[in-house]
Design a protein around this ligand. Sequence first.
Ligand SMILES: Nc1nc2c(ncn2[C@@H]2O[C@H](COP(=O)(O)OP(=O)(O)OP(=O)(O)O)[C@@H](O)[C@H]2O)c(=O)[nH]1
Ligand SMILES: [K+]
Ligand SMILES: [Mg+2]
Length: 429
Amino acid sequence: MDTIFALATARGKAGVAVIRVSGPRALSAGQTLAGDLPPARKAGLRRLTDPRGEVLDQVLVLQFEEGASFTGEKVVEFHCHGSPATVTAVLRTLGDMDGLRMAEPGEFTRRALENGVLDLAQVEGLSDLLEAETEAQRRQALRVLSGALGEKAEGWRSALIRAAALLEATIDFADEDVPVDVTPEVLDLLCGVDATLKAEIAGVDAAERIRDGFEVAIVGPPNAGKSTLLNHLAGRDAAITSEHAGTTRDVIEVRMDLHGLPVTMLDTAGLRDSADEVESIGIARAIARAKTADLRVFLLDGTGRTEGLDPLPDDIVVRGKADVADAGTFAVSGKTGAGVADLVARIASVLQARAARAETATRERHRLAMKRACDAIVAAENRLSLGMDGAELAAEDLRCAIRALDSLVGRIDVEHVLDEIFARFCLGK
Ligand SMILES: Nc1nc2c(ncn2[C@@H]2O[C@H](COP(=O)(O)OP(=O)(O)OP(=O)(O)O)[C@@H](O)[C@H]2O)c(=O)[nH]1
Ligand SMILES: [K+]
Ligand SMILES: [Mg+2]
């Protein structure tokens, strides 16, 4: 096993830069650079020198024992001064040592997975946590990183193992008198797992929105002030505005943090019948994107028409140009900012209600595994509802379900997803 090292903090100038070394030679590499090391998990101030005796930096050194580190291997960390030159000098010196090499992106985390420090779902949680930009993303990712999905899977697993064992006991005694009918207990166990799995599956959609962001489309007639509103929300001139109806053609996307939720706000072409070929393409795009968005804000002019796109129940309908609208109507103005806080609060409240449906599972991969498990459990329930003749096949169904749940945490059959998951990691993680 190679000993690997990398800069664990971001590149560039900073107060501190952390360089992590992991593997069998981490300790000797640390000693070569820093002399004697402080005891495990105790920081010590040391001078790093290269083999010619040149002082590279004065740093804090930490060592972690095998089995008690991020990777599960022996780890030494140098908390250096965060200048690019210092980092380069230390990395170069480490690279010159025998048996040491620069880590690949995600390689520390891959070792953590291989050594059982993290399960696969936790690795996904860590990846999401490193990407988190909003409060909702941070909370969700931290929940997965802390092992919440693995705990749930373990609960389902042990219930299914118990159910399968009960069935197998009856199969083995098929020729004898079986003292008790196990079907009610088995069905009870399956029913419990089934119900919580279904809730988890139903929550994946919301969890994915929290991860990737909700899409909110601003739609309405030309010149209602859609682009002006987008610019106000973005705090910058993201879209061109003008007094000419039909200014916006392409869909313009702006990422923002709305009350802690990640949102991509879409500005779209004004909806109307247009003879202009390019504008018509823009309008078709506007309608297509508005339909697939999670929520639409209909920004209307004085006529109140929604121009051929109908609001869905949660959609928000609001009059634009509040400064010239009748008093008393719900109106916003991107120009003056009037009503914008109210609009944002309404958008956030709709999206928060949806986000609340998220459980623990966050990915399509999780959904598919849980769906496979759920289908197998339902198949077992159906067989058992016809009596104990189906016990043997039902037990096989349950083993299928257990295998599907095992793939959630990476216990089996996940080689093919590893590259995809680790591709998202940056160097040094
Ligand atoms: N009085 C007033 N004028 C506004 C307001 N918002 C936008 N306008 C003006 O209305 C005109 C149209 O604004 P835009 O933001 O380009 O409108 P739009 O809905 O994006 O228009 P299209 O992209 O052509 O569909 C511009 O002249 C803006 O300055 C507002 O809140 N009050
Ligand atoms: K316009
Ligand atoms: Mg516009």
